[in-house]
Design a protein around this ligand. Sequence first.
Ligand SMILES: [Zn+2]
Length: 233
Amino acid sequence: MRNYVLLLLLIPVFFLSLPTVSSVYAQTVYLVCLDPGHGGNSGAFNPSYNLWEDEINLDAANRLKNLLLADGKYRVEMTRTDNSFKSNNDRYTFCNSISADILVSIHVNSSTNPSIDGSMALYFKPGDKILAKQLLDVLFPALNNTDWTFTNFGLSKYASGVLLKSDMPAAMMETVMLSHDGEAQLLSDTGETSRREQVAQALYDGIEAYFAGNPDGGGGNGGGKCQDPPCRK
Ligand SMILES: [Zn+2]
């Protein structure tokens, strides 16, 4: 009986100690800057399905944001939250101003050859390449489930201002090809099990894998501010 009373007395002590647990947990929060590409009806366009790239990019970014926030160890900011046009300067300046740990720019690609479909990832700085490779390594197999050939177009070095002038590891993900009519048909579905959700889930899984391998947020970005910790906010 005495032990039972002691246990009852200890239960409140246990719950009082929980704030210590949550304060440790708070240190593992990463700040992700999502950049939905284009805006203002620009980027790729598929006339068969009347689909603009910028709308798909924003929708995929919103879905990815929800997945990251539900996880509990991410904070998320976005370079645009509506269909307004943003310059590259607007995008990297915003992500730099909040000292994000990583920048993920979300795009769908387009080709003059409408029979090709697939994924690629663009990088510029050394730290970008690590992030871009990790995201593509997860993204491509997750999306390679089409009835047609889906190609891994690999990594490509690309001198976009978003990649060049961001202070943190940044990757521009060309997730799928909007110019492929089969892909565009998939992208026209906005349901909860849609292609758009697959894209968001794959990017979420890639970000998880990246931070699992780079718990300090990465870096190695060739002169970025985040080489001098603490750079995370
Ligand atoms: Zn684009």
